[in-house]
Design a protein around this ligand. Sequence first.
Ligand code: RP5
Length: 162
Amino acid sequence: MNPKIGVIMGSSSDWETMKHACDILDELQVPYEKQVVSAHRTPDLMFEYAEAARGRGIQVIIAGAGGAAHLPGMVAAKTTLPVIGVPVQSRALNGLDSLLSIVQMPGGVPVATVAIGKAGATNAGLLAAQILGAFDQELAAKLEARREATKAQVLESTGDLT
Ligand code: RP5
């Protein structure tokens, strides 16, 4: 199937975090592609990717980066597809640098910014699926079922308090 979600990241070192977004898309059987695209090391590729994404059938872009995390914002600057930014937990500043780099976009160019690290990547996968699920009943039903399963796990976890 043609990919509907583009998962991009500034470095292969971001994969450990970004794989959690892909795990969600695998679980929900949402077709996606994944690629390393660096804002600073491959700027031309970044612009080409952003400009061509819609024409290739991509509907949502998930972009993860750490440190001076300019990838999500610069991709958002070159497309009107929804862009979800994942702040990768950096070694030097624990991801606060990544978070602020991604979240503080100027008015007019939105990036939907999620939490730092694994939880953020997981939620990026879910949020991307929910965006598609607004127009796809089958996917919406899978998301509902996942919420129910999560609820059941929490309720059962009381039994772990021994
Ligand atoms: C950013 O620089 C990447 O997104 C990554 O989080 C960070 C460090 O990259 P590497 O030096 O590990 O390739 O562009």
